[in-house]
Design a protein around this ligand. Structure first.
Ligand SMILES: C[S@@+](CC[C@H](N)C(=O)[O-])C[C@H]1O[C@@H](n2cnc3c(N)ncnc32)[C@H](O)[C@@H]1O
Length: 1014
């Protein structure tokens, strides 16, 4: 630390994140990180965790809280971007391949080449570049960087080589900053230090110095809802002292792993790896000793395929339930069911290399859901007659007089691990996928076979082995003995299979393998690795086969070779049971268990605790949290799948944790309990925060009421909103499914100080002023930052709208008492369904105020104020389209903002990144009736007239229709002016988008202008 740093010099300085955040660029970076899929830094520790908040977003939040906002917003932005590796020079390093010196000389202008490069031999090349390398005299010249050229200068030159594309595209073509973390920031420190008065040469130093300037010490950052540890890891990597806690021990374990395995120093890693190798050897030796996964000719099992088998009530036959008889596209392998009438059952044969016709035929199995109601049915044919039975009937599903559902399935007992002979559903091994090392090198040959006598003997050995040890293993905690507690997600295994204990979800082979590994688990790291492979075990792994070149399930559109594999359990957020499933064999699972993990060292200190957020008892300067808002992910239920395996005798690192999901203490849902839980958690954080502390609360942006909810929570927790940002955090494919808005709002909060009072009337003025100021600021920064962003905006309209909401919340949450109401009490008052509370009213008013300010350029405010929500929506979105912003989530956001019930009716295309409104011609004669939100609106009348003109209808007739379609056209002269204003606006906005309609709009404008009245 140098002397120049003055403790508390930034004590009360506003944080950068309270003034600006380059959300568009950040969204592009988030997208990039998400698209890396399994390549994301912490995902290899546990792909089963749903809802990881991107590291790059977390980094932006932490830096944004530490950095000061100065009077020079443009410079603040430039420095922030350098720290985020978003500047041109950083992209020179992020490039997938850095350009060679002669490539640079071939492309850019340099007045004296020798200022940067050494040439061998000298004097052959021209003195200045660009150089035409096609000249044969130059081919022998060797060019190299001069040794005395600084990295910054080199990067500046290389940056000039970058393609001039939009930021999104640039990120797409480059590496993530994380991938070149050791070097990417090399050039930034002089500029950073110069701007904020630090003397740092690394993040560790910068963070420490900023911490001292703000809080008097290295910043103490906490996340008390830490989940998989994305935030604590990033904070630790930046050099903060971090505290992380979560109610759920699986979350804590992943956070611990992020910090101590991925974030460990490389020296520790070797010891960790040796331990895993030892375990793999021991376990594999035991499996091989039993001889249950190898055959006599060098093949080793890769996966076993099982299906349920059920007795058909009409024929008395035992029928395997197989949705598709295709085993593998790559191997053209199928199963065939050979009837054995004397035994009333089927033999199952496997054939590989079959014809395309046979493959097509095999795609239909004995289980089909293509009938009425898409319910699954069993189909089979005996002596030419087809029989079908509904699965729910086979299961004996019923609903009792209280409306509760039940079935005739026997509920399994603790000592069960396979069906009993009298059970409705039997389980049957029907095919095996084998692997054998090729003679040359590391690769394998693969094949599918049916099940031989020898294979069945192996099955019996495994079952006998499990039977003998089950009780002992359960007592020792090597396999689960825990009951499945009913719940939204945990009901399914109980209801559809009769499984009552977690170990019932696992085939005997997996119980055997996992118990052998669990037995050896003495360290935290091993437990994490065990959890990782648990995701690939159990009967909840669907068998999948894909053709070469097609994308795998969850593969995000990637292409590759053909693949045959059971999926992982948590490919979604449920506990779905399957009629047939794949059971990975021990060898591939052990390979996965011991697979290499990435390394990215943490420089700060980290501490992980398993406790509720309300139990926090230390003070921290910065909190960044991502609460489980109305979450689709029921962590407290689905993670019991893991807890059941890990809870007994945990390794010393996790021994103090409560190995239970404590469902009742989890914050969940959306109702009263949710609000109460949130307030309890956030009030505690606020109490455990210095007066100049800062919080960022993340939540998924869904719809209007969430703003009121968040305002309530913030208010009741003693916080005040100071800013809000919207970052798109989902990938394109996620956006496409259902076209739901999936972005994250970052709500920046401070402690509310004092007990200020206001009346609603005063608030109206405050709100108006604050919202307008905020919007002016951001629009202003857009203008100023043009050079920095080339011709892209720092903020798009949706961001500005969000900032408007934030400004409104900022005004509101500043006050403790409004119109005599104590807002902290008001905020937690239980709600009556359907009631609009005082606070709802305030929020609605604030949000309306924010939206009012978003008048598109080209329409006078006096006209805008008269328009309906649907008209505003159409005009606003046209403005956005005109500027090339075509994301569907923009449409959704604004539909909500303008309270449009069904914006779909106005859409010509709803593609995620290429959405657009209907044109006048596409509207045709629709949306004119009473049911439409555009009914009797001036805009609809104008669009109708444009359509008629475009179809060459006579002008007088067009005008006659227009005057009829616009109510009170002759009674209120301003209606006519409005029609002119709208026609003019449409003409300008449509000029490039739809020139024909633009010209029709111009004609209309003139027609109305020149219309003789009276
Ligand atoms: C949305 S997740 C956080 C995800 C995290 N940001 C990540 O990137 O992985 C919310 C977390 O809050 C935890 N949680 C719910 N109620 C809690 C409570 N009362 N106290 C502490 N943690 C709680 C859940 O276990 C879950 O891990």
């Amino acid at each position: 630390m140098t002397k120049a740093i003055t403790p508390f010099s930034l004590k009360d300085a506003p944080a950068l994140i309270e003034q600006l955040l380059p959300v568009q660029k950040l969204s592009a970076e988030v997208f990039k990180e998400r698209k890396a899929g399994a390549g994301q830094t912490l995902v290899p520790l546990g792909a089963y965790w749903k809802g990881r908040k991107p590291l790059i977003l977390n980094k932006a939040c932490i830096l944004g809280c530490l950095l000061p906002a100065t009077d020079d917003m443009t410079r603040d932005l430039a420095i922030f971007e350098k720290l985020m590796a978003m500047d041109d020079e950083s992209f020179a390093v992020r490039a997938k391949r850095r350009p060679k010196p002669n490539e640079i000389l071939g492309k850019i202008s340099i007045s004296r080449v020798t200022d940067y490069f050494t040439l061998e031999p000298e004097g052959v090349l021209p003195t200045s570049a660009p150089i035409d390398w096609s000249n044969p005299e130059y081919t022998e010249v060797k060019v190299a960087w001069r040794k005395d050229i600084s990295e910054l200068v080199r990067r500046r030159l290389e940056a000039q080589m970058l393609p001039r594309v939009q930021y999104f595209e640039r990120v797409n073509q480059s590496k993530r900053a994380e991938e070149v973390l050791d070097i990417v920031h090399g050039h930034i420190w002089d500029a950073v230090n110069d701007h904020i008065g630090t003397s740092a040469q690394s993040f560790y130093e910068l963070v420490e110095q900023l911490g001292v300037m703000r809080f008097g010490h290295r910043p103490r950052v906490a996340d008390t809802l830490c989940g998989s540890g994305q935030l604590p890891f990033e904070a630790g990597r930046l050099g903060c002292d971090v505290f992380a806690s979560d109610l759920n021990p699986v979350g804590c374990m992943l956070t611990w792993g992020a910090c101590h395995i991925i974030g460990s120093a490389s020296v520790q890693r070797k010891t960790q790896e040796n331990e895993q190798e030892r375990i793999v050897k021991r376990v594999l030796a035991e499996i091989d000793r039993l001889g249950v996964e190898t055959d006599s000719s060098g093949w080793r099992a890769k996966a076993y395929l099982y299906c349920l088998e059920v007795r058909c009530p009409e024929t008395g036959w035992m029928v395997p339930l197989i949705p598709s008889k295709i085993l593998s596209y790559g191997k053209q392998a199928i199963v065939e069911l050979i009837p054995l009438p004397s035994q009333k059952r089927y033999e199952i044969k496997v054939r590989s290399g079959v014809s395309s016709e046979e493959m097509a035929e095999a795609s239909i199995g004995t289980l089909r859901s293509d009938g009425p109601g898409q319910d699954p049915y069993l189909f089979h044919t005996v002596e030419g007659r087809q029989y079908r039975s509904k699965i729910s009937t086979l299961r004996g599903d019923y609903r009792d007089k209280d409306g509760k559902t039940g079935s005739a399935l026997r509920l399994w007992e603790k000592s069960d691990f396979k069906p009993r002979s009298e059970d409705i559903f039997q389980e049957r091994l029907y095919a095996i996928h084998w692997m054998k090392p090729k003679k040359t090198g590391k690769k394998f040959d693969y094949k599918f076979t049916g099940v031989s006598e020898a294979d069945m003997r192996c099955e019996r050995i495994v079952e006998e082995y499990v039977k003998q040890h089950l009780e002992e293993w359960q007592a020792k905690g090597w396999i689960p003995d825990m009951r499945i507690e009913p719940g939204d997600k945990t009901d399914e295994p109980i209801r559809t299979r009769g499984w009552t204990h977690w170990h019932h979800l696992f085939p005997a082979r997996h119980l055997m393998l996992l118990a052998l590994i669990r037995k050896e688990t003495k360290r935290g790291e091993t437990l994490l690795r065990l959890a990782k492979i648990l995701d690939y075990t159990s009967k909840l792994c669907r068998w999948t086969t894909s053709k070469a070149g097609s994308s795998k399930t969850g593969g995000g559109g990637r292409t590759g070779g053909a693949s045959d594999n059971p999926t992982n359990v948590f490919y979604n957020q449920a506990l779905n049971t399957f009629y047939n499933y794949g059971c990975r064999a021990s060898f591939p699972l052990l390979q996965l268990f011991a697979s290499k993990l990435p390394l990215s060292a943490i420089t700060g200190t980290t501490m992980v605790a398993c406790q509720t957020a309300a139990e926090l008892d230390e003070v921290f300067d910065i909190y960044v949290t991502d609460p489980p808002y109305g979450d689709a992910v029921k962590y407290e239920e689905i993670l019991e799948f893991f807890i059941a395996w890990l809870r007994k005798n945990p390794p010393p690192e996790f021994a103090d944790w409560v190995w239970d999901s404590r469902r009742s203490l989890a914050i969940k849902g959306e109702g009263e309990d949710f609000r109460r839980g949130m307030v309890e958690a956030y009030k505690r954080m606020t109490d455990c925060m210095p007066d100049n502390g800062i919080q960022v609360i993340m939540f998924t942006h869904q719809d209007g009421p969430i703003w009121a909810d968040m305002a309530n929570i913030v208010w009741a927790s003693g916080l005040q909103v100071t800013a809000a940002w919207y970052v798109v955090t989902e990938t394109e494919s996620a956006l496409r499914t259902g076209n739901n808005v999936k972005g994250t709002v970052l709500l920046v909060c401070r402690k509310r100080k004092g007990r200020f009072k206001a009346t609603r009337d005063d608030l109206a003025w405050d709100l108006q002023e604050e919202v307008e100021k905020q919007i002016r600021n951001l629009t202003g920064l857009n203008q100023k930052a043009m050079a920095l962003y080339r011709d892209e905006n720092v903020f798009e309209d949706a961001d500005i709208q969000m900032a408007g909401y934030a400004a409104a919340l900022r005004v509101l949450t500043h006050y403790a008492i409004i119109d005599g109401h104590d807002m902290t009490v008001e905020a937690i008052r239980p709600r009556v369904k359907g009631e609009t509370t005082f606070l709802d009213g305030l929020i609605n008013f604030a949000v309306d105020t924010a939206n009012q300010c978003l008048v598109p350029h080209g329409i006078a405010k006096c006209y805008w104020d008269r328009l309906s929500g649907a008209e505003r929506f159409y005009l606003k979105m046209l403005d956005l389209e005109y500027r090339g912003a075509n994301k569907i989530d923009n449409y959704q956001n604004f539909a909500k903002a303008f309270k449009v019930r069904d914006f779909q009716a106005f859409m010509g295309s709803r593609k995620a990144n290429n959405a657009r409104l209907k044109s006048a011609l596409e509207f045709g004669r629709t949306e004119m009736g009473e049911g439409s939100e555009l009914y009797q609106s001036a805009l609809r009348a104008v669009l109708y007239a444009i359509m008629e003109i475009a179809k060459d209808m006579d002008g007088t007739e067009v005008l006659a229709h227009l005057t009829m379609n616009i109510p009170n056209y002759y009674g209120d002269m301003t209606q006519r002016d409005l029609a002119v204003e709208l026609a003019d606006y449409l003409a300008k906005r449509l000029e490039e988008l739809r020139p024909e309609e633009a010209s029709a709009a111009r004609v209309l404008r003139e027609l109305v202008n020149n219309q003789r009245l009276g």
